[in-house]
Unconditional design. Structure first.
Length: 283
């Protein structure tokens, strides 16, 4: 007869397994004590944050040059639920405006950079549990900005415009440290199809205005011709009756449109407050 071998945990392995289970029980918050960041019907959750970090840009309009410097921003995010009808009942609005003064890598030219993002998403809830909440949906995205250079550039102004449709993936992970309920958030905005503005090589901006050729510099944007995405991460912590949000934002826009290569990166930390609105009056 074949022998049956019993497998026993060693005392050390058993202690480790028990410790891991107890840590999981203590760390993850239950539904009664967690931060409610996903609204119920006729509710909404909003967060306003300020950001400070850096920006970098590469432009190849006649005079290739890299610019980098500090970047500040303000952003507002609003998630709401009017009713549960439909496949995409949740609405997520994201607005951001930032500015910074950048300098080229040889220190011969500076540039004032401004950028605005406006995203509106229709979301479907994939997961609704006491620990993890997840939503996925479609989005309308607008990224508009520009750079105004002080000197040493054939084009003193560079425009960055992209209008697109895409996908949004939003997640909330609930946990607890001691008796303090906390939440980690992660949101990804990914443009998939749209239109972008990019002048051809050796084409001056003043020629576009004087000759009326702007329509010829509008191109179809896809993940193959222009790689763009924004990722936002945040840690929500209750402090004296309020919820403080500590976050990190990363934005990338790069393309090969109009015979040029351009790149733009924003990377900054954020701090803000989360507000919950109850029983909204919907029109």
């Amino acid at each position: 007869m074949p022998k049956i071998h019993n497998c026993h945990f060693s005392d050390l392995a058993r202690r480790i397994a028990v410790f891991v289970q107890l840590a999981a029980v203590c760390a993850f918050a239950d539904a009664q004590s967690r931060l409610e960041l996903v609204p119920a019907v006729n509710q909404s959750v909003g967060a306003f944050s300020l950001g400070l970090g850096s920006a970098a840009s590469l432009e190849t309009y006649l005079s290739p040059s890299e610019y980098a410097g500090p970047y500040v921003s303000g952003e507002y995010e609003h998630l709401s639920l009017k009713d549960t009808d439909g496949f995409f009942p949740y609405r997520l609005l994201y607005l951001n405006f930032g500015t910074g003064f950048l300098e080229n890598h040889v220190g011969t030219s500076t540039s004032m950079h401004v950028m605005a993002h406006g995203y509106y998403s229709w979301l479907h809830q994939l997961v609704s549990g006491p620990v993890w909440e997840s939503m996925l949906g479609i989005s309308a995205l607008a990224d508009v900005g520009g750079m105004m250079k002080s000197s040493n550039s054939n084009n003193p102004a560079t425009a960055q415009v992209q209008l697109s449709s895409g996908a949004t993936f939003d997640n909330v992970l609930h946990f607890r440290i001691g008796k303090l309920p906390m939440a980690a958030k992660g949101t990804l905005n990914l443009p998939l199809l749209g239109l972008g503005f990019a002048p051809d090589h050796d084409q001056f901006y003043w020629n576009l205005v004087s000759q009326g050729g702007v329509s010829n510099d509008i191109y179809v944007v896809t993940p193959f011709s222009a790689q763009t995405f924004q990722a936002r991460f945040a840690l929500d912590v209750p402090v004296k009756g309020r919820v403080v949000q500590l976050g990190y934002d990363f934005y990338l826009m790069r393309n090969r449109l109009g015979g040029n290569f351009s790149g733009l990166v924003h990377s900054y930390a954020t701090i803000g407050l989360v507000h919950r609105f109850e029983k909204l009056k919907w029109k």
